[in-house]
Design a protein around this ligand. Structure first.
Ligand code: KIV
Ligand code: ZN
Length: 387
């Protein structure tokens, strides 16, 4: 049987850019958009056109220049927002209007000062108007994670009837947990009669560190579009990280049994580019793209890796675009890794000298966190010149 496709919707240029201090200029946004295309993302959310003239220009220029991915612009459920969004994305080969409106009582009553009936009416009107301009219209039920399920299902059914092609279920404040979120997706599929006419999308925030787990649970329960960002950047604690989701699907193909178009060997490049342009550093122990993701310090692990990579690595660094694993030399390292590094540095030393150097290396490693190549060269030079 043909596998389902999971659509990767990247919102680095919209939700990601909403991270404090992450603003990018037009040239930088274009660099990221081109790299996202090289990475193979299906949909690039290029910005929120009504939010500023700069964002409008960025969405318009990206729409004019990017030819392979769909280009989405975000807008609220108002005619003015939707028209502005359309005026920015209409140049794209595959434009998408992305309309959002809150469906939780908290947002409806406190933020929007409306009733559920008014929200339902606004959502339907907005989708109908969007649909009169653009074939591809996405509806996001903001704060769906905390919305009443009866009302959420009613809204989802109504916007699909109005023409929405994608219905997005955001966990806007990262409040749900994986099993709970998966059940919500399953319930929507079960209860909304016209659900097969649209694709279910999810958009998870990371306030409890669960954005990736929630997104994967949603895939298990039938979501077929994932909204995510490079390095997981985004509002507050960020969004689900694209690289973690893509690699989980790659490393566990039989568990998820879906296909996607991400070229994972572009992940590391993309992560580096986004980090450099936004100024947001990637934590060293970040899964997939952190500096330590393929680094091994303990002697037992280094020995294992040298004998058979799979002992301590579940994916090859080349699969994410990292040239090779790093055997970091420190106090936990063993002689195999130390001798290999000496050989890689171009030295051919006899066994006695190697053993002697290993003792000196251990003394040094107890004094400093990492022993670098220059330290090893100094040890060798010192030893061979004195002996
Ligand atoms: O977090 C959220 O709910 C959003 C929507 C606009 C999709 O970013
Ligand atoms: Zn968001």
């Amino acid at each position: 049987m043909e596998k389902d496709t999971v659509i990767f919707f990247d919102t680095t240029l919209r939700d990601g850019e909403q991270s404090p201090g992450a603003s990018m200029n037009l040239k930088e946004k274009l660099l990221v958009a081109n790299q996202l295309t090289a990475l193979g993302v299906d949909v690039i959310e290029a910005g929120f056109p009504i939010s500023s003239q700069g964002d409008f220009e960025a969405v318009k220029t990206i729409s004019q220049q990017i030819k392979t991915s769909s280009i989405a612009g975000l807008c609220r459920a108002s005619e003015k927002d939707i028209t502005t969004c359309w005026n920015a994305v209409k140049y794209a080969k595959k434009p998408r209007i992305h309309i959002f409106l809150a469906t939780s009582d908290l947002h409806i009553e406190k933020k929007l000062k409306k009733t559920r009936t008014q929200i339902l009416d606004m959502a339907v009107k907005a989708i109908k108007y969007g649909k009169s301009l653009c074939k591809d219209v996405e509806f996001s039920a903001e704060d769906a994670g905390r919305s009443d399920m009866d009302f959420l299902c009613k809204v989802v059914e109504a916007v699909i009837d109005a023409g929405a092609t994608i219905v997005n279920i955001p966990d806007t404040v990262g409040h749900t947990t994986p099993i709970e979120f998966g059940k919500k997706i399953a319930e929507i599929r079960r209860r909304v009669p016209n659900i097969s006419k649209a694709i279910i999308s999810v958009h998870c925030h990371n306030d409890l560190g669960l954005a990736v787990a929630n997104s994967l649970s949603a895939i298990e329960n039938g979501a077929r579009q994932i909204e995510c960002t490079i390095n997981g950047i985004g509002e507050r604690a960020g969004n689900a990280s694209l690289e973690e989701i893509a690699m989980t699907l790659k490393v566990r193909p039989h568990y998820y049994n879906v296909k996607h178009s991400i070229k994972t060997n572009e992940l590391y490049n993309t992560s580096k580019l986004v980090s450099r342009l936004t100024g947001i550093l990637v934590q060293v122990n970040k899964a997939i793209v952190g500096a330590n993701a393929f680094a091994h310090e303990s002697g037992i692990h280094q020995d294992g890796i040298l004998k058979a990579r799979a002992t301590y690595e579940i994916m090859s660094p080349a699969d994410v675009g990292v040239p090779e694993s790093l055997l970091v030399l420190g106090k936990h390292s063993g002689r195999h890794a130390f001798f290999k590094r000496i050989k890689d540095l171009g030295y051919k030393l006899d066994e006695k000298t190697l053993e002697h150097l290993f003792e000196k290396f251990k003394i040094l490693a107890d004094k400093k966190k990492t022993v670098f190549d220059d330290d090893i060269i100094a040890l060798i030079e010192e030893d061979t010149s004195s002996g």
